[in-house]
Design a protein around this ligand. Structure first.
Ligand code: 6PG
Length: 242
């Protein structure tokens, strides 16, 4: 794992660096594969990043947007990750509708939703049986409990390795989430972490040993680049002293 920890003075510094990396990876992917695939994270941290991307003039027809996880609510619900990204970014740019690969939450049974999205991924990436999609960029955050995507501590979703998408659970509420094997295939993973409340989680995640099922973000050890973009409030202790 090629991990870089970068501590910015504030949240805007985290967003600026994330934007720089995303644009670099998009340029690289489009130049080499004529296509850029990015999986978005939800929560509140990434919203200014999505707003910054929306302000740019990019080759939108070559950019495909996915989500690493989704709350099991309607797409117009205030908690929807899809809704947040559409309002902050996707509704503001001429990206083709076919390039937006939302996790549908319209099925009564979230398991059907997970299976359906898995089929969407297999089709888009033209996957053979058993193959795992390789995203150019996966954006992630962490919770105060060191969850990431919708992989919460001590939940069954953490151990699912034979699926691409599974049903996570937060306090009994269903969520859809990429599984660990999918997260670990990304070419470039960017964690954006801000705020003092994330300090204990970061400590547990970066500790040389620890219980991965208590601190799920520890399970994310991609083969590609991993950027941990922290603001000073969250990660002052990891700032380079040179
Ligand atoms: C979600 C996210 C989740 C998020 C963390 C951090 O659906 O909530 O995907 O994993 O990244 O909970 O959220 P904040 O950015 O709001 O701290």
């Amino acid at each position: 794992m090629n991990r870089t920890i970068e501590v910015a003075s504030d949240r805007q510094g985290v967003i600026d660096k994330a934007l720089e990396i995303v644009l670099h990876k998009a340029t690289e992917a489009i130049a080499t594969r004529d296509n850029f695939t990015i999986a978005l994270s939800g929560g509140s941290t990434p919203k200014p990043l999505y707003e910054a991307i929306a302000a740019l003039d990019l080759p939108w027809d070559k950019i495909n947007v996915f989500w690493g996880d989704e709350r099991y609510v309607p797409a117009d619900h205030p908690d929807s990750n899809q809704r947040m990204a559409r309002l902050a970014w996707l509704d503001r740019v001429p990206i083709p509708a076919r390039n937006i690969h939302a996790m549908a939450t319209t099925f009564t049974d979230p398991v059907v939703a997970a299976t359906t999205h898995e089929e969407d991924l297999k089709q888009f990436f033209a996957l053979k049986e058993g193959e795992i999609p390789v995203f150019d960029v996966v954006l992630l955050g962490i919770g105060d409990d060191a969850h990431t995507a919708s992989l919460f501590p001590h939940t069954e979703a953490l151990q699912v390795s034979d699926r691409l998408v599974t049903v996570g659970s937060k306090d009994g509420q269903p969520r859809l989430t990429f599984t660990v094997p999918v997260l670990n295939r990304a070419r470039c993973t960017i964690f954006m972490v801000t705020g003092t409340s994330k300090q204990p989680a970061l400590e547990a995640i970066f500790a040389p040993t620890g219980d991965d099922f208590s601190y799920p973000a520890r399970l994310v050890r991609p083969q590609g680049e991993v950027w941990w973009l922290l603001d000073r409030d969250a990660g002052a202790k990891y700032a380079k002293t040179d």
